[in-house]
Design a protein around this ligand. Structure first.
Ligand SMILES: C[S@@+](CC[C@H](N)C(=O)[O-])C[C@H]1O[C@@H](n2cnc3c(N)ncnc32)[C@H](O)[C@@H]1O
Length: 204
């Protein structure tokens, strides 16, 4: 089995990398531009890390829960919620790959740059679908197929990005509908440009 990545070790300095902060912000912008968010909606940000996307989406939603399997990441998000007074944001430690599910039902589930760290994606998508209200949205942002050039350290990287066709097929297999794939943005790393796809779908 491929070793898992130690995100706890990365959590403290996660936000110090400008490339990550810019990418998360551009992904949040793409989600806001693509999905008709409502301040009556409750959202879940899966693999939220330190909450870069979670916190940017929060003003457009009734509530948003950031969930992550790394206690280091969740601790960072909890500190940011406390320091920033984000009253409609909460953080929940949870590893969905282990079959654990966060509490609550949601109108929207988002995920940014987490899918490539998930070995078996379709079972995870099926689990996430059970958390959605009927008609609820999912928005998954991740690297377009990149041939293994993006990560210098391949630990815990199960997919070298995804093609539009792969994302569509996985969402269809998990019985999502209204599937659409767009290019959200691109991330530049080591002088190379990597497109980032945004897959959206609904639970009807
Ligand atoms: C590349 S980081 C992205 C973090 C954040 N979404 C961002 O854009 O800054 C991937 C995150 O997914 C989390 N993660 C990986 N596998 C997970 C799992 N099975 N369940 C929950 N979170 C997971 C990691 O702990 C890490 O915080």
């Amino acid at each position: 089995m491929t070793q898992l990545r130690d995100f706890n070790a990365a959590a403290a300095k996660w936000d110090e990398e400008p490339r990550r902060v810019k990418l998360a912000s551009e992904i949040a912008d793409a989600i806001i531009a693509t999905i008709p968010l409502s301040t009556e909606w409750d959202a879940l940000d899966f693999g939220c890390g330190t909450g870069l996307v979670t916190l940017q989406l929060a003003p457009n939603l009734q509530s948003v829960t950031g969930t992550d399997s790394s206690s280091g990441m969740i601790n960072r998000l909890e500190a940011k919620i406390h320091d920033g007074g984000f009253s409609n944001v909460r953080a929940e430690l949870c590893n969905l790959e282990n079959g654990d599910l966060p509490t609550g039902r949601y109108h929207l589930i988002t995920s940014a740059m987490t899918l490539h760290h998930i070995a078996e994606i379709v079972p995870l998508l099926r689990s996430l679908k059970t958390l959605l209200h009927p008609g609820g949205w999912i928005a998954l942002a991740d690297l377009e197929s990149e041939g293994g050039r993006f990560h210098e350290d391949p630990t815990g990287v199960f997919h070298h990005g995804f093609s539009s066709e792969e994302l569509s097929a996985m969402l269809a297999e998990a019985e999502f509908s209204s599937i659409a794939i767009t290019t959200a943005t691109k991330v530049v790393k080591n002088n190379q440009s990597f497109p980032v796809l945004l897959a959206t779908a609904q639970s009807i």
